[in-house]
Design a protein around this ligand. Structure first.
Ligand SMILES: [Mg+2]
Length: 461
């Protein structure tokens, strides 16, 4: 897995050193010597990650990071702040402007590469989701993700698996107070896994050595393996200087690590940044899911559209072939619907379509499929239904529409509507779904010709 890294540093030897290190691991490296250049290159080169020096003349790293994270074109690029000072205050400040991690000079290669691999992996996951989300947005299927959607204070609890009781109590009270989230403290691997299934935490803070025996790394790996916790943030706590364990943790899927002893404000800043990232990816995922749903659902009536019905027809035919059975297809069309729109307006027309689709669904079985083909034309596929059963169902639908007028919204009175229905019966021998639909369509045309408000069957194929 390679990728492009933008290295930003005002000192030439530092740029050369990082370029050399990253190049040996086959990363493609772009360099910038000040903040302005960094912002330009981040936009034009779209790197997969930025390694950003904190101390620079003119514009310091915090300012550069804040600007990168506030612009749509660069907000999604992970930033590692590179610092010589490395104090908790500096780390908290960096996290607050959106940095994803810190490395201190001089570099420890193990820490450097574990970080880079981890952030590259995250970036690729996000790129894929963002791409699909953009398609949904272009199709008008989903909305932009707003700042509110990423509020770290909304969502599930945080699970703490510390090394000692005092730590657990201290972290929990600070998190409750400063982040306003609920916490669960556990002390063993088994207890953590059991509770995780029940409580679905958004974030885990796991010490490398758990109080009641057990291995924090094994817990990280188990959390990543379970579908319920795969998307949660995991912060590994390692003993000061134990970069070996930190690197192993990142490779096992930890989202971040923190070296103990630490200031709780740094833990809070790291959790906050992880929660934002999790909210963002959750939102992307649900946008993609909604987008897929929207692609096959008719927004007015909430039933399937023609695209879905076509795929579904294939499945109904396959089933008929397997069991050697028959099935029915109906085309159902509201009579003189144009008059409703003309006379009462489009809101009334929409209300009629919604009510009609509701009655249609009430008068079929769960296994049948209703879809809106467009306008006032609806489609029903009924597996394992012969001519007798289809006739009964069609008549039930026809009577349900004729029997009760539709009440219009806003006290606009009520309107009397009727439907015409064309039915085609098909058996296991048929191979062309369009031909079956065409027969039902032809029967519908005949019902209209014969005076509407009636059911007509097509001649057998
Ligand atoms: Mg510098």
């Amino acid at each position: 897995m390679s990728g492009r890294v933008l290295v930003v540093d005002d000192v030439a030897t530092n740029r050369l050193l990082l370029r050399a290190k990253l190049s040996t691991a086959y990363y493609d490296v772009v360099v910038a010597e000040n903040g302005t250049q960094a912002l330009d290159l981040a936009r034009s080169e779209q790197p997969d990650m930025i390694m950003l020096d904190v101390m620079m003349p003119d514009m310091d790293g915090f300012t550069v990071c804040r600007i990168l994270k506030s612009q749509e074109a660069t907000a999604h690029i992970p930033v590692i702040m590179v610092t010589a000072l490395d104090t908790p205050e500096e780390r908290v400040r960096g996290l607050e402007v959106g940095a994803d991690d810190f490395l201190s000079k001089p570099f420890n290669d193990l820490a450097l590469f574990a970080r880079v691999r981890n952030l590259m992996r995250m970036k690729m996951m996000f790129d894929e989701l963002r791409l699909r989300d953009m398609t949904s947005r272009e199709l008008g299927l989903t909305d932009f993700i707003t700042e509110q959607d990423m509020d770290p204070e909304m969502g599930g609890p945080i699970m703490l698996a510390p090394k000692c009781v005092a730590d657990g109590e201290h972290w929990a009270s600070e998190l409750n107070e400063k982040l306003g989230v609920s916490t669960i403290v556990t002390y063993s691997e088994r207890e953590s896994m059991n509770l995780a299934q029940l409580e679905l935490p958004d974030c885990f803070v796991v010490h490398q050595d758990l109080l009641e025996g057990g291995d924090g790394l094994r817990l990280v790996s188990a959390l990543r393996a379970r579908p319920e916790t795969r998307q949660s943030a995991v912060i590994l706590v390692v003993e000061n200087g134990d970069i070996q364990t930190a690197a192993k943790g990142l490779d096992l899927g930890a989202s971040d690590y923190i070296e103990a002893p630490f200031d709780v404000s740094e833990l809070i800043a790291r959790i906050r940044s992880q929660l934002r990232r999790k909210r963002y990816s959750d939102r992307l995922r649900s946008n993609v899911r909604d987008g897929l749903k929207m692609a096959v659902i008719d927004p007015l009536t909430g039933i399937y559209n023609r695209r879905y019905a076509s795929v579904h027809m294939g499945r109904v035919m396959e089933r008929a072939r397997e069991v050697g059975g028959v099935f029915a297809v109906m085309m159902v069309d509201l009579d003189r619907f144009k008059n409703v729109n003309d006379r009462y307006g489009h809101d009334a027309g929409d209300a009629v379509l919604r009510e009609f689709s509701r009655r249609l669904q009430e008068n079929i079985r769960g296994v049948d499929l209703v879809a809106r083909f467009g306008g006032e034309e609806f489609f029903v596929a009924m597996p394992d239904v012969d001519e007798d059963a289809a006739a009964k169902a069609a008549e039930r639908i026809r009577a349900a529409v004729e029997g009760t007028p539709v009440v219009l919204p806003g006290g606009a009175g009520e309107v009397h509507v009727t439907v015409s229905i064309g039915v085609a019966i098909a058996d296991a021998h048929e191979t062309d779904p369009d031909a079956i639909i065409k027969r039902a369509d032809q029967a519908l045309f005949e019902a209209k010709e014969a005076g509407r408000n009636r059911v007509t069957f097509s001649a057998a194929a």
